[in-house]
Design a protein around this ligand. Sequence first.
Ligand code: FES
Length: 168
Amino acid sequence: MSDRRDFFGKALGAFAGLGALGALYAAKRTWDPLPSVKAAGFTTVDLSKAEPNVLYTEMWRGKPIFILKVAKDDKAYSDKRLINVGGDKFFIAIGLCTHLGCIPAYFPDKHKFICACHGGQFDAAGEVLKSPPPSPLVIPPFKVDGKKVVLGEAGPEYKKLQEAGVVA
Ligand code: FES
């Protein structure tokens, strides 16, 4: 009987160990940055592996750039600030608070960015939810290239946002 209990104890331990490994692997995948290539002021980011509602941060000209893929059924975003990349919707912005330049944190369960410096809040498309930030998170110049985005180059999609008054 105790042999049987030992067997079940070990099997349960092995099962729990596998579960923990799986959780670690999933966590590591979301911590890994998206693959990117930098050249002469441009940064090309491959978005094909981006997971929905996971914030990726890329560096471009010394500034953090937030990249967030929208889950298909997510209504928490204001559509006019989203970018279509290879059939998926993304929010891309310079990750600096428009109040005094702190880096806001993203809370995936709340679908919002919260700035720890003075309590400013932005929705998941960078619109201000709570002052003091005076304006939305800034969308950098970008160009869509298949499933990639080139930061620093103003492509037709960026110009469309300019015409719509979404970016200056
Ligand atoms: S710097 Fe973000 S709220 Fe002041």
